[in-house]
Design a protein around this ligand. Structure first.
Ligand SMILES: [Fe+2]
Length: 399
């Protein structure tokens, strides 16, 4: 309580709130609550369950935090079949009114928003034979991880990428692309985009008015590049052609290699299997921009991790968030004190700041693909990481 000039006491908070009611039409807010960041000084909290807290009241009104979550493939996959069935039998195909046949993953901590972390959107798409997603261009960076043994195609800037399981196909910001299935069976892949970040920055746009030549039903761009263009130009480590324009599309800082083959990734992991690996990341390879060795997108970094039979990594936490896709094997990941077991095609998310470690619990090796927003955090000086040593002491891993 405070004392007014006249000597009578009154409640300051109540008085401020009365003023707030009066001043609201002016679009101002008289502060009646302290700041309460959703993330406390995490680097000092060492317990495995350490996490942030959403504030209440006016301060917390716009706060959201992604939580650790796993989407079990065997629970969600049947909905792909249901979508495909509707597409085959209903009056019009969902691709006609929704442009895609897919479901999006929603993080339970993000209030129903179509995103798995603050920066990433993730969807699982199915294409029936003869389906085509028309040629278009947009500002979000996007990728697909192919789950089907043969995964249809994506054409990007004139290069047709014919896909197979484990392939990573990139459509960087500002590249014209279309997708389709010219095979005999449905194809399925996982889409990952940085669109929540782009939306937050209010710089999302999409254009379908392709200025170039189209073919077939006039909705797909004409193929101009040689077959296996990405592999021919950039598919040998340490060598890049000196005679071509590397920039493709108008993205200034994205990989000119659009297609990474799952079979080659798997073979590269196998070659490194008997080495030491890393206590926190096992045997991990990065998908990189072959010109720079940097991340394939300015916002997202892609990796493939081989977790050898019986291998358990040490606990690590970082300010970046990571989305994992299980390509091969069985295991579990402990995240912020909870254990999430996983098997082939499961998808799970490790939010920033959460302690996590991976355990291979299957009869063979496991392979996880990971996408994280570290490149973005690096650029704004916010990337940090800590690990736990074998005696459980916390050590700084980065910077
Ligand atoms: Fe797209």
């Amino acid at each position: 309580m405070t004392r007014s000039a006249a000597g009578t006491q009154f409640g300051a908070r109540a008085a401020m709130e009365r003023l707030n009611a009066e001043a609201a039409p002016l679009h101002i807010w008289l502060r009646t609550q302290a700041n309460a960041p959703a993330q406390p000084p995490w680097f000092r909290q060492t317990s495995l369950e350490a996490g942030g807290t959403i504030a209440t009241g006016r301060v917390g009104a716009a706060q959201l935090k992604p939580v650790a979550h796993r989407w079990r493939w065997r629970k969600i996959a049947p909905y792909l079949d249901r979508i495909a069935e509707i597409a085959r039998t209903a009056d019009i195909s969902p691709i006609e009114f929704a442009e895609r046949q897919q479901f999006l993953l929603t993080n339970p901590g993000l209030g129903g928003r179509l995103q798995v972390t603050s920066t990433m959107r993730c969807a699982v798409s199915i294409y029936n034979p003869a389906d085509v997603a028309p040629v278009h261009i947009h500002t979000p960076n996007a990728s697909r991880t192919i789950l089907s043994e043969n995964g249809g195609y994506t054409t990007i800037e004139g290069e047709r990428c014919r896909a197979a399981r484990g392939d990573l196909i990139l459509t960087p910001s500002g590249t014209w692309h279309d997708h389709g299935n010219d095979g005999n069976a449905p194809v399925v892949w996982i889409d990952v985009l940085d669109s929540p970040l782009m939306e937050f920055l209010d710089c999302v746009w999409l254009d379908e008015d392709y200025p170039g030549e189209t073919e077939g039903n006039a909705r797909a761009q004409k193929v101009k590049a040689q077959d296996r263009h990405s592999q021919r130009l950039y598919g040998r480590g340490g060598l890049v052609p000196a005679f071509v324009e590397h920039r493709r599309g108008f993205a200034a800082d994205a990989s000119p290699m659009f297609h990474y083959r799952g079979a080659e990734v798997r073979a590269a992991l196998a070659e490194l299997r008997d080495g030491e690996g890393d206590p926190y990341e096992a045997v991990t390879l990065r998908f990189v921009n072959p010109l720079t060795g940097g991340a394939v997108f300015p916002t997202l970094d892609y990796r493939a991790m081989l977790l050898r039979r019986g291998e358990e990594t040490r606990f690590k936490r970082e300010t970046a968030s990571t989305l994992y896709q299980v390509i091969e094997g069985r295991g579990a990941t402990e995240i912020a004190g909870h254990t999430f077991d996983w098997e082939e095609n499961d998808i799970f998310v490790v939010p920033g700041f959460s302690w996590r470690r991976h355990l291979n619990r299957g009869p063979g090796d496991a392979v996880l693909y990971a996408v994280c927003d570290r490149p973005l955090l690096d650029k704004i000086g916010q990337y940090r990481a800590q690990g736990r040593l074998s005696d459980d002491r916390v050590t700084e891993l980065a910077p």
